[in-house]
Write a protein that binds this ligand. Structure first.
Ligand code: ATP
Ligand code: MG
Length: 453
């Protein structure tokens, strides 16, 4: 084989992104905030597989939805011929799991999940083939109170994440019978306007006419605006449920607009549906969507169980966080250990372990292909690590059983280096770092995550 033979590089799958270390602090901040907000409402985490039987989605989401028609990664397991699908969403999986494990046997459950979803879409800003959702599912609750609670919880999350300019759109799509009546009226109306319908709408006329209302085709807007409104077909129970949700939202000062065109993409929804939307992300402005799905347990052959939930798009929310914040890069560690010589290296390992025992984050300098690294180059690395202190052990220190400590950030110790006995170094550094934590206001800063008291 020739030495210069080019080896072809393998690149990642289109539309599926790597999460790089520079973005990790932002993801961590997001995930920690989500976890604490959901916990504060009594939601428990659930994790289900990313692969499910294809039938789960075909039956649960509806055969004529965007997702089932054209967005699913479905395949046959080469080992046994099972028909499988990478989950495009997680409500169907949660309900399957709840039925399989009889999760609601002792009463309703508040659940939440977080993880990757897969949809074969055209990749673009805010739209990927692997993306991440955080979702909540409240199983076994029938009243408008839980619908409102889910929405109030979202609002708290936006506040805690420092996100503004996310507005709430709300609608009720009624129950099955009301939707059927509306559907019949809608089909009749679309038939009268057949010449205005585009090809997609024609195709959906009898299979999913409701979805035509969701069209983005400007030529159809006027016709669609004048179509029969589902709201006018809602009965007393649906209306009072919807009214109940609105009352609680108003009482909690959560502004919303009623968007009678809001229908959502999945068939399983009924009554309350909602979306959180921002204008700051271009055309992919929906950051969270949800609603009630009282029929889904029944569709999967389970005992009828009312339920309500939402899913948010993590990538879109992170983009908002980036745009809205000084999301600064937190330090990689508290202390960078610089050493020179064999004896010093051994002592550095010992000191590193002791510092970690004391709760500090420590990066120990390690050799690269370029070698162990000169003192100067190690100090450069220490500086760019964001560490508060460099701890230096050279031949002299190793011989004297001491260490040199150099403050890398504080003005007071600028260019100041002090020497302390090896055995007191840990206490000295813990004290210094604890004091610094009290003096400045970094403890209020959720990005400052490196000092554990
Ligand atoms: P859209 O109308 O943007 O296609 P959707 O109705 O298909 O959204 P849902 O199934 O309700 O979306 O999923 C909930 C949220 O997940 C969306 O509001 C969005 O924030 C996010 N999301 C959906 N699809 C993608 C994707 N392909 N890439 C990134 N985020 C997505
Ligand atoms: Mg979609």
């Amino acid at each position: 084989m020739s030495e210069n033979k080019k080896i072809e590089k393998i690149v990642g799958v289109k539309g599926m992104n790597d999460l790089l270390p520079t973005d990790a602090p932002l993801w961590e901040l997001f995930e920690n905030t989500v976890q604490s907000v959901l916990k504060s409402y009594g939601f428990q985490q659930i994790r289900t597989p990313i692969v499910e039987p294809t039938a789960l989605f075909a039956r649960g989401l509806g055969e004529v939805t965007d997702i089932v028609e054209k967005e699913m990664y479905s395949f046959e397991d080469a080992m046994n011929g099972d028909k499988l699908t990478l989950r495009p969403e997680n409500t169907a999986g949660i309900v399957r799991s709840a039925l399989e494990h009889n999760l609601t046997y002792d009463g309703p459950k508040r659940l939440w999940y977080s993880g990757p979803m897969f949809r074969h879409e055209k990749p673009q800003r805010g739209r990927y083939r692997q993306f991440h959702q955080v979702g909540a599912e409240a199983l076994g609750f029938s009243g408008p109170d839980i619908d409102a609670e889910l929405i109030v919880m979202c609002q708290r999350l936006w506040d805690d994440l420092g996100l503004q300019n996310i507005r709430l759109e709300l609608n009720s799509i009624g129950d099955a019978q009301e939707r059927n009546q509306h559907r019949a009226a809608l089909i009749a109306y679309f038939e009268q306007n057949k010449e205005i319908l585009d090809a997609e709408a024609q195709r959906r006329l009898y299979t999913n006419p409701l979805r035509i209302l969701d069209t983005k085709n400007p030529a159809m807007q006027e016709m669609v605006n004048a179509a029969p409104k589902l709201m006018d077909f809602l009965g007393e129970e649906s209306l009072s449920h919807f009214d109940g949700v609105q009352k609680i939202l108003r009482h909690n000062s959560i502004p919303f607009t009623i968007n009678t065109r809001l229908v959502r993409g999945m068939d399983y929804y009924n009554r309350t549906v909602f979306e959180w939307v921002t204008d700051e992300l271009g055309s992919q402005g929906t950051v969270c969507g949800g609603g009630r799905y009282d029929a889904l347990f029944g569709i999967f052959g389970g005992k009828p169980t009312p339920a309500c939930g939402f899913a948010m798009g993590v990538e879109r929310l992170l983009e908002l966080m980036k745009a809205s914040g000084e999301a600064h890069q937190p330090a990689q560690c508290d202390i960078y250990l610089v050493h020179q010589g064999a004896a010093a290296q051994m002592q550095s390992f010992v000191l590193g372990e002791r510092l970690r025992d004391a709760g500090l984050d420590v990066v120990l300098h390690c050799a690269t292909a370029a070698g162990a690294g000169s003192f100067k180059s190690q100090m450069k690395k220490a500086d760019s690590s964001g560490a508060a202190y460099a701890v230096i052990i050279g031949d002299d220190e190793a011989a004297a059983n001491s260490v040199s400590i150099k403050a890398l950030r504080s003005e007071v110790m600028e260019n100041n280096q002090i020497s302390v006995p090896f055995d007191t170094a840990v206490d000295y550094l813990v004290d210094q770092i604890a004091d610094a934590g009290q003096d400045d206001h970094c403890c209020d800063d959720p990005n400052h995550i490196h000092i554990h008291h």
